[in-house]
Design a protein around this ligand. Structure first.
Ligand code: ADP
Length: 314
């Protein structure tokens, strides 16, 4: 087996949580019992994901270790976002959408009948491609939107100032907004809004952060800055990160593991270990390990894209 590879086994308006923040850890009570300690933060077991009768994702099984960074890449429409949304039960917000198989968070099945999907979405942070700050809320209130709902954890109002500063520092936005925290979040630039959404997601200290093309809408320079920023958030906050991207360089630069998905119905066809040392340095992108991984990724995505094209034109 290749040294890089591990074995491959493969609109939100109605949801009050989603409506409340657009990202999802809002209460503190955990769905995870203290006894449920496993070596994996997330496990997907033989997961099939449907939109009504359409099988979008087939037979995905994988494990994600705590505090690791995993990325999904693959041809457009292969089901990357669908897998990601199944991990916090956002998927089922779409009418007719369902899964079969299991998604375990710290060993507990988040689709078990006694688990509240709203609570799951509050336990796992999510950042979307398009920044979605609450337009009428101030920068400050955007950051603490999730915390304010964490009444069950007894989060003290007095700690909000510290959290706002730490989260905005973490998202690399503090210096730009510290003098105008009372101004609307919607008044920020696109890149700043995305950092605000990241600050909002990390303010509630989620164990898991899901990111769906988080930098896809940003210009190249901001994107590079945000990639490095994500790595510092990851190392400072010790979060487990799972993200989707169509950018192979981004995928390798950020992740410990890159999962490549097949054309529809999406399944995991390769699982690459990225053993580049951390902290990562953009200069690594010209090194031999990076280039070898990139070639594997590009070859497979090209082959799968071709297959998808042929399928469509059959
Ligand atoms: P990717 O993120 O890899 O581009 P998606 O997960 O968005 O792919 O989509 C996977 C498949 O599911 C595609 O065929 C897409 O058309 C389909 N799909 C995505 N969202 C919906 C939806 N809300 N209803 C029906 N089909 C959907």
């Amino acid at each position: 087996m290749d040294a890089h590879r591990t074995s491959v086994s493969s609109d939100t308006a109605t949801d009050p949580t989603v409506e409340a923040t657009g990202q999802e850890k809002l209460v503190t009570s955990s769905i995870v019992s203290p006894e449920a300690v496993t070596q994996f933060r997330i496990e997907l077991k033989n997961l099939d994901i449907y939109y009504s009768d359409f099988l979008a994702v087939q037979g995905v099984s994988l494990q994600v270790r705590p505090q690791s960074v995993m990325s999904f890449i693959g041809p457009s429409g292969c089901g990357k976002s669908t897998v990601l949304r199944s991990i916090d039960r956002m998927h089922e917000v779409t009418p007719g959408a369902r899964v079969s198989g299991q998604v375990l968070l710290d060993g507990e099945d988040i689709y078990a009948p006694n688990v509240d999907p709203v609570l799951v979405r509050r336990t796992i942070g999510m950042v979307f491609q398009r920044p979605n700050p609450f337009p009428t809320m101030s920068i400050y209130d955007n950051v603490i939107a999730g915390l304010k709902l964490e009444k069950s954890r007894g989060v003290k109002k007095s700690s909000f100032d510290d959290t706002v500063e730490r989260s905005l520092q973490g998202a690399n936005l503090w210096d730009e907004v510290k003098d105008r925290l009372d101004r609307p979040g919607a008044g920020l630039s696109g890149g700043q809004q995305q950092r605000l959404c990241i600050a909002r997601a990390i303010a509630v200290e989620p164990e898991v952060l899901l990111m769906d093309e988080p930098f896809g809408a940003l210009d190249a320079q901001t994107r590079l800055m945000m990639q490095e920023n994500l790595l510092s958030i990851w190392s400072e906050f010790g979060i487990t990160v799972v993200f989707v991207t169509h950018d192979v360089d981004e995928s390798i630069f950020l992740a410990d593991r890159v999962l490549i998905m097949s054309a529809s119905p999406g399944s995991v066809i390769d699982d690459l270990n990225v053993t580049l040392p951390r902290p990562r340095d953009p200069a690594m992108a010209t090194g031999s390990e990076f280039m070898a991984l990139k070639k594997i990724c590009l070859d497979q995505i090209r082959a799968e894209s071709l297959r998808a094209f042929e399928q469509q034109n059959r």
